[in-house]
Design a protein around this ligand. Structure first.
Ligand code: CMC
Length: 428
């Protein structure tokens, strides 16, 4: 059987044969379907890209019905238990797990790009004392482009790699600085003796001690959370990274845009919203009435539930739920976990959630761990951004290497008024 699609245009009676490749038709083939020579040709209308593949990608594989997530072919469950965030970063960026020497080189490169220009401190000092750390992170990432003007040369592979390791190294520093600004605490310089996650904890929490020693359970939990958030194929922020990057702007500007996309409550802001929701619910007795509201009121959602792609349990949520108990054992239990577990149980038995295939997503339990680590709620999306920085960069690199890609530019169906004459203000 040929891999084609036969379409008959009932407006003209003409029949067309369109190639089907990888279960997909090429949208440009639709343009051959016209009613007359001056017709623009057929387009696909797809608001929110619900059924449009915008690229070919070899980075992340998701099977939303089965609840499967792979990075470069490796199951997320194996990476979460056996790998480290920096090793996964190398894997996502380069396509293969590193050899021991390549790993040591990569670790050295990232570790030696963790310092940020001292002017960044002044930039942060300009923010109000209660500025949201995501706003500060987005701004300081964008500001990095002014410190590294050579980053504009996005056609040079070596130059791109330098910016990639700089960003992986510096985003945690900017994130920690934003947190310290918010707390009115002095900024802490990176400690190159510590691991990626251990150093991040150092930059967040070091007080007057000479050397900060991270809690191993907190360090490992953070590393696993970074792994789980590292990439998730063509989501809203990654599409922003690719879309903005397709104009050939420098990666700092594109990454700031991706970070801004992540800030929204329907995306990376959901982890914060989950903890707020659990606090609002307060006790297990209030769960049924909250679930009822989430079903009946279109403005109320069960945060941390549902996903555009997963129509099954999000595999990341499974790992995080287990991780939460490990963290609580080491650092003390977060009492909200009992409400979360009960809420999950009730929702998963409820017809509304069953029929709409709404399951816990990555954000449902992650906030509870961040809270146990002593982080304030508005830092949660920042933590997501640190992990996802690697995915954004891997996707940006792949986009720039792809000869089929060009500047991102969707079409529209114009629904405004037909041509009309301007009426001067005095005559209106
Ligand atoms: N609670 C209650 N109802 C829901 C929920 C929810 N969490 N999620 C979806 N629905 C309903 C929705 O009202 C709609 O019902 P109907 O068909 O009757 O209008 C139906 O389910 C389909 O929802 P949708 O909004 O059309 O689905 P989507 O694929 O556009 O949205 C989503 C996916 C993640 C934005 C959505 O499920 C949601 O808002 N969830 C809560 C926010 C959240 O947890 N976001 C984190 C996503 S995972 C990490 C990330 O991407 O950053």
């Amino acid at each position: 059987m040929a891999d084609t699609l036969t379409v008959t245009d009932n407006r003209t009676g003409k029949t067309y044969e369109l190639a089907v490749t990888d279960g997909t038709i090429n949208a440009m083939d639709l343009r051959k379907i016209r009613v007359s020579d001056d017709d623009f040709g057929l387009m696909a209308y797809d608001p929110a890209y619900k059924n449009t593949a915008s690229c070919r990608s070899a980075i992340t594989y998701i099977d939303g019905d089965q609840g499967i997530l792979h990075y470069r072919g490796y199951p997320i469950e194996q990476l979460a238990v056996q790998s480290s965030f920096l090793e996964c970063s190398y894997l996502l960026l380069k396509g293969e797990l590193p050899s021991p020497s390549a790993m040591a080189r990569f670790r050295h490169e990232v570790t030696h790009h963790t310092l940020v220009h001292e002017n960044t401190r002044e930039l942060l000092d300009g923010f109000r004392y209660d500025a949201h750390p995501m706003g500060m992170l987005i701004s300081t990432i964008a500001a990095l482009s002014t410190f590294y003007p050579e980053a504009q040369n996005v056609t040079n592979e070596e130059n791109r790699w330098l910016q990639i390791v700089r960003l992986i190294g510096k985003v945690p520093t900017l994130a920690a600085y934003a947190y310290r600004h918010r707390r009115g605490l002095p900024y802490v310089y990176p400690d190159n003796e510590l691991s990626y996650s251990g150093n991040f904890l150092n930059m967040l929490f070091k007080m007057t001690e000479r050397t900060y020693v991270p809690n191993p359970a907190a360090e490992r939990a953070l590393d696993v959370l970074f792994i789980l958030h590292a990439d998730h194929e063509q989501n809203c922020s990654t599409s922003a990274m690719r879309g903005v990057g397709s104009s050939r702007v420098d990666p700092y500007s594109a990454l700031a845009a991706a970070c801004a996309a992540l800030y929204g409550p329907l995306h990376g802001g959901a982890n914060e919203a989950v903890v707020r929701m659990l606090n609002e619910i307060g006790t297990k007795d209030n769960i049924p009435s909250f679930v009822k509201r989430a079903k009946e009121d279109k403005n109320v959602r069960l945060m941390g539930f549902g996903h555009r792609v997963y129509k099954n349990y999000d595999p990341r949520a499974k790992v995080i739920k287990e991780l939460a108990y490990d963290v609580f054992e080491a650092l003390g239990k977060n009492p909200l976990i009992d409400i979360a577990v009960e809420l999950e149980r009730i929702a998963l038995e409820d017809d509304y959630f069953i029929q709409k295939k709404l399951y816990p997503n990555v954000d449902f339990y992650s906030g509870l761990i961040y809270q146990a680590l002593g982080l304030p709620m508005d830092m949660y999306p920042v933590l997501f951004a640190i992990g996802r920085t690697v995915g954004w960069l891997a996707q940006w690199e792949e986009m720039l290497r792809d000869p089929e890609q060009a500047i991102s530019r969707p079409r529209q169906i114009y629904t405004g008024p037909a041509i009309r004459d301007y009426v001067p203000l005095s005559e209106r």
